[in-house]
Design a protein around this ligand. Structure first.
Ligand SMILES: *Cc1c(COP(=O)(O)O)cnc(C)c1O
Length: 388
């Protein structure tokens, strides 16, 4: 008999009942060190006092009105995002998938309005992940996600990861945008080198193509900059954001330049919940914390500390690990064992990690993780490796 919850997930036998900082408490009382952070969502850990305060204060005042009216919290969050980034304008969503939908629509509408309606093709890389909507699965293109779901949304061109020559050859008069994750998350923590991002930006400029970056997983301080593309010294035309921006509240956003957003006039897009007062109140609190240069400096310092300890960890378990990769607090342990087995063995050591493609175990701890917790995390990962 089918379970009352649609069985689309294979879930671990763990039920967490509360969380504080980097720790999760299971129903039986065990305390787990959380190196997954809800897949990079709980960027500030669990029950961060500033986020609890922002959410509860807003909950007592007003939950929802509608985008038929002005929403001051939405305006405030848009202003913060515009101040802190390349963007001139922001649309709020409830998820990364919805951000992908708008990014695709915005890019196509841009060329339609410029009198080039044939320019609809969006180039993506193998191993990418952009969500589970019809556009999202068509964009990523892997058979695992698309098989059986009928005709795919046309207009996506899939190329080998980071293959600049293939890219140059694939661009033609129908190309509208290139859409990439600066650091692939689901694909196995694969950073696109800075020179590649710069090269992509140059190609886009040369051919008048829009650059869409999916920073749903790697954004909001995760790599030690507010957004990962800042390391390469380039800016996109359109950027998808979600996960960390809500700190656990469902919130996403599409950021764009005035030029890229020029087709999105009144009535061309909308959302019932997107940008509601609750989500935006929390988003403002998240932004106030993660845009502090001292906070980002700490993320970078702790990222080097963790990285250094992980190099030691893999050296002492050459039968389990191959290498460490990634950037900032978005790290991957390339494994010689099945990543799912490692993650499951971690539960016995009360440490949470997340599997990814390409035989990688992901480490995406809260950005607020302490030095002591980093030491404890590596000790638990060490015991996990020893148990295999
Ligand atoms: C998680 C993720 C998405 C999809 O976000 P949802 O909130 O699950 O819809 C899209 N792109 C990337 C890079 C992601 O990591």
């Amino acid at each position: 008999m089918i379970s009352s919850v649609l069985p689309t997930y294979s879930r671990a036998p763990l039920s967490f009942v509360s969380g504080a900082g980097s720790w999760l408490t299971e129903a039986d009382g065990r305390r787990f060190l959380d190196l997954g952070a809800g897949i990079a969502v709980n960027a500030l850990g669990h029950a961060h006092p500033k986020l609890v305060e922002a959410l509860t204060a807003q909950a007592g005042a007003l939950w929802h009105t509608s985008n038929l009216y002005q929403i001051p919290q939405q305006q405030a969050l848009a202003d913060k995002l515009v101040d802190a980034t390349f963007a001139d304008t922001v649309f709020f969503t409830n998820s990364g998938t919805e951000s992908c939908e708008l990014a695709v629509k915005m890019a196509r509408k841009y060329f339609y309005d410029k009198g080039q309606p044939e320019r609809v093709d969006i180039i993506t890389f193998d191993g990418s992940f952009h969500g589970r909507s019809s556009a999202g699965i068509a964009a990523a293109g892997s058979e695992k996600m698309t098989k059986g779901f009928g005709p795919l949304l046309p207009g996506f061109v899939h190329l080998p990861f980071g293959d600049h020559d293939a890219l140059t050859a694939a661009i033609n008069e129908n190309t509208c945008a290139i859409m990439v994750e600066p650091v692939q998350g689901e694909g196995g923590i694969r950073p696109l080198p800075d020179v590649c991002l710069k090269g992509l930006r140059d190609l886009c400029d040369e051919h008048g193509i829009l650059m869409i970056l999916d920073e749903v997983q790697c954004g909001v301080g995760r790599t030690g900059k507010l957004f990962a593309h800042e390391w390469a010294g380039i800016t996109p035309d359109i950027m998808m954001v979600a996960k960390g921006i809500g700190g656990g509240f469902p919130l996403g956003a599409v950021l764009a330049t005035e030029n890229a957003a020029s087709g999105m006039t009144a009535g061309t897009h909308g959302s019932t919940y997107g940008g509601n007062p609750l989500g935006c109140a929390v988003g403002c609190a998240v932004m106030d914390i993660v845009t502090d240069p001292e906070f980002l400096a700490e993320v970078n310092r702790k990222a080097s500390l963790l990285r250094q300890k992980l190099e030691g960890l893999i050296a002492s378990h050459p039968d389990v690990f191959e290498s460490v990769r990634g950037t900032g607090l978005m790290l991957g342990l390339k494994c010689k064992v099945a990543p799912g087995d490692f993650v499951a063995a971690g539960y016995a050591q009360e440490v949470i990690t997340v599997p990814a493609a390409d035989n990688v175990v992901r480490l995406l701890p809260p950005l607020t993780i302490t030095d002591d917790e980093i030491a404890e995390a590596v000790a638990r990962l060490d015991r996990t490796a020893a148990s295999l």
